[in-house]
Design a protein around this ligand. Structure first.
Ligand code: GSH
Length: 214
C-alpha cells in the first residue's frame, strides 16, 4: 500500500494524488501540514527533513518533492502512454513539465495566487499584484500556443506532463483577476474539469487557506 502524507488542499499533494489516480494505484492519505500539523514531529522529520508536504511511502522507500514523486510513480507503475519509455518522446514533454515548475508556477502562485488568497486584503500590495497579473499574461499565452488543439500535451493520450500543467489551472481559473485571452487553454481546462480524477484531486477548495483581516 502506498501512503501519502499531506492535506488535500495542497497543490503539491494534488500532483501526487492525481498521478496515483490516473495510474490507478491503491493508496491511503493522511492529513498533514497547514491546519493539521504533524510535520514537526521527529517521526515526520525523519521521513522529510524539510517539514513540508507531500511525503510518500511505498514499502521501504520514502520520498518527498512532488514532481520527483510523480516521476517515480510514473516510471515504476504507469504504462507507456502516461510515461513514454522512449527518452526522445518523453523529454519534450518533460521540458514543459519543468517549465511549469520553474516559469508558470512562480508567476502564477508566487505572483498572483499567494498575494490574492494567502495574504489578507489589508496587507496586499495592489501595484505589485497588478504588475504580476500583467507579467503572467504572456506566460499563459505561451502555454495556450503549446496546447493548440490538444486534446492533451502529447496529443490523444494524457501524460505526466498534463499533471504538471493541469494541477495549476484550477487556481488560475477560479481566482478572479484579469486574464489573457487563451481559447485553447480554456478548452483544455474544460476537458480537465470533465475528468473525474481531476475533479476529485485537483478541484479542491482552497478556502481553508484564505487569509482574512480579523
Ligand atoms: N517543492 C516541494 C514544495 C513542498 C511545499 O512547499 N509544500 C507546501 C504545501 S503546497 C507545505 O508543505 N506547506 C506547509 C504546510 O502545509 O504545512 C514539493 O513540490 O513537494
Amino acid at each position: 500500500m502506498i501512503t501519502v502524507y499531506g492535506r488535500a488542499s495542497s497543490s503539491n499533494v494534488q500532483i501526487v494524488m492525481w498521478t496515483l489516480a490516473e495510474i490507478g494505484l491503491d493508496y491511503e492519505r493522511f492529513d498533514y501540514g497547514f491546519g493539521f500539523g504533524g510535520v514537526d514531529t521527529p517521526e515526520y522529520l525523519a521521513m522529510n527533513p524539510n517539514g513540508l508536504i507531500p511525503t510518500l511511502r511505498d514499502g521501504d522507500l520514502v520520498l518527498w518533492e512532488s514532481a520527483a514523486i510523480m516521476r517515480y510513480l510514473s516510471a515504476r507503475y504507469a504504462d507507456d502512454g502516461f510515461w513514454p519509455r522512449d527518452p526522445a518522446a518523453r523529454a519534450p514533454l518533460d521540458m514543459w513539465a519543468e517549465w511549469c515548475r520553474t516559469t508558470l508556477a512562480p508567476a502564477l502562485n508566487g505572483g498572483v495566487f499567494m498575494p490574492l488568497v494567502r495574504v489578507a486584503p489589508s496587507k496586499r500590495d495592489p501595484a505589485k499584484i497588478a504588475r504580476s497579473v500583467e507579467a503572467l499574461k504572456p506566460v499563459m499565452r505561451r502555454l495556450d500556443a503549446r496546447i493548440g488543439d490538444g486534446p492533451w500535451m502529447a496529443g490523444e493520450t494524457l501524460t505526466f506532463a498534463d499533471i504538471m500543467v493541469g494541477n495549476l489551472l484550477y487556481r488560475y481559473y477560479t481566482v478572479e483577476f484579469d486574464k489573457a485571452e487563451t481559447p485553447a487553454l480554456d478548452a483544455y481546462y474544460a476537458r480537465l474539469v470533465d475528468r473525474p480524477t481531476y475533479a476529485e484531486h485537483v478541484m479542491v477548495s482552497y478556502e481553508p487557506l484564505r487569509a482574512r483581516d480579523v
